[in-house]
Design a protein around this ligand. Structure first.
Ligand code: LLP
Length: 382
């Protein structure tokens, strides 16, 4: 870590190839022959995508940009699922050109799909889920999926319109701690068997908490697929990449205002999850000191909510020391922003032998590259 910080600077996203491979191995051993579509929103770095595609993994995409990434690394239609509650005309066109499978999120979409599409119907199982409100998608009033009662009608409408209705899709949210939530959701789906008849595919989504009982979830998912005579598909995002990634940040100084702050060179622009969802990421001091304290880890942004962690025990910090924020491989770089014209950090991979630079640090010029120069901007004139 010290060497990576020295070579590539901070803040820095550091990925560990062995942990990536281990996470995929855990998914394969729990889910067996299920087809895995990585939800690339978690971390769309092209190098990681190539690595996963080479291991036989496909991609769940929610934008034409994500489809472009999938295509760029060589994925073809059978490896691509196109999802999203508000797909654009461009996204339907791109999905059709690639021969991807679409996930239908509302009844009206049947008429919007390109002719002869292959489609899954996303079911909203109308359940409360053990995660932050912003991350729960299976509640009846969320914007996702069609109701259980609508399912037969939507499957029928797909067939009547000449599409291939492959089966059902369910994704109840992200960072779900309690495996019982999946059991409940899959149970609701199984009740539909009487009205749907057998299906080709059951897509059980992702959302598995990092400490969730994966084999329990897999058992329920397989039982549900078998109930429909269907092949099981899954869409993990966070589970595959979170633990493989660390955000490395450097101590700038300390401040005492009645609270004890350690000020670091990364913040909400590099890891938004603590601010947005109250997410708690493990924090590890890479320095030693005899005295310990309880510290809030604050970033450089001019916002009071710019905290990476609250009330964490740390040895007394010294400027220049390194702090490692764990579980940052998912939705870290992916949700980073150039707010404050901050250059997004570099991303590096430890292969076990060497450091590979996967993405160079942005420059300020990268951040404003799409803005037109004075010469290019048509004057308002009058
Ligand atoms: N499938 C669908 C249809 C999804 O919407 C998502 C995530 C996934 C799969 C993958 O879920 P995962 O296994 O990564 O939990 N920015 C938030 C997470 C938003 C997830 C959105 N959809 C976070 O930082 O926690």
């Amino acid at each position: 870590m010290q060497e990576a910080a020295k070579r590539f600077g901070t803040p820095l996203y550091v990925y560990d190839a062995a942990e990536l491979d281990a996470a995929l191995g855990r998914v394969h051993s729990a889910f067996g022959d299920a087809r895995v579509y990585y939800a690339m929103k978690a971390n769309p770095n092209l190098h990681l995508l190539r690595r996963l595609l080479a291991a036989g993994v496909g991609f769940e995409c929610v934008s034409s940009g994500e489809m472009a990434r999938a295509e760029h690394v060589g994925a073809t239609g059978e490896h691509i699922i196109v999802n999203g509650p508000a797909k654009s005309a461009e996204e339907y066109r791109a999905g059709a050109r690639l021969g991807a499978t679409f996930v239908v999120d509302r009844e009206e979409e049947v008429d919007l799909l390109p002719p002869g599409s292959r489609a899954l119907v996303r079911v909203n199982p109308a359940l409360a889920v053990s995660t932050h409100d912003h991350l729960a998608t299976g509640a009846a009033q969320s914007k996702f999926g069609v109701s259980l009662a609508q399912v037969p009608g939507v499957l029928g409408a797909l067939r009547a319109a000449g599409h291939t209705a492959l089966g059902l899709h369910v994704h109840i949210g992200s960072a779900i701690r309690d495996a019982d939530d999946f059991t409940a959701a899959f149970g609701r789906l199984r009740e539909l068997r009487e009205v749907t008849g057998p299906l080709q595919v059951l897509d059980a989504g992702g959302g598995w908490g990092l400490d969730a009982d994966l084999s329990g979830i897999a058992r329920e998912a397989h039982a549900t697929a078998a109930h429909f005579g269907a092949q099981l598909w899954v869409e993990p995002g966070r589970y595959l990449v979170a633990r493989a990634g660390t955000l490395l940040t450097q101590v700038v100084g300390t401040k005492h205002t009645g609270r004890d702050f350690v000020l670091v060179d990364a913040g909400m622009t590099e890891l938004l999850r603590p601010m947005l969802y109250g997410a708690e990421h493990p924090v590890q001091a890479l320095w030693e000191a005899s005295a310990q304290g309880v510290w809030d880890v604050a970033g450089p942004a001019c916002e009071s909510g710019d905290l990476l962690a609250r009330a964490v025990p740390l040895p007394t910090p010294t400027p220049g020391a390194l702090l490692a924020i764990g579980e940052a491989g998912a939705y870290g770089a992916a949700m980073s922003s150039p707010y404050l014209t901050r250059s997004r950090p570099a991303e590096v991979l430890w292969t076990g032998q060497e450091w590979q630079l996967l993405r160079r640090r942005e420059t300020p010029q990268d951040v404003w590259a799409a803005e037109l120069t004075a010469a290019e901007t048509p004057s308002a004139g009058c």
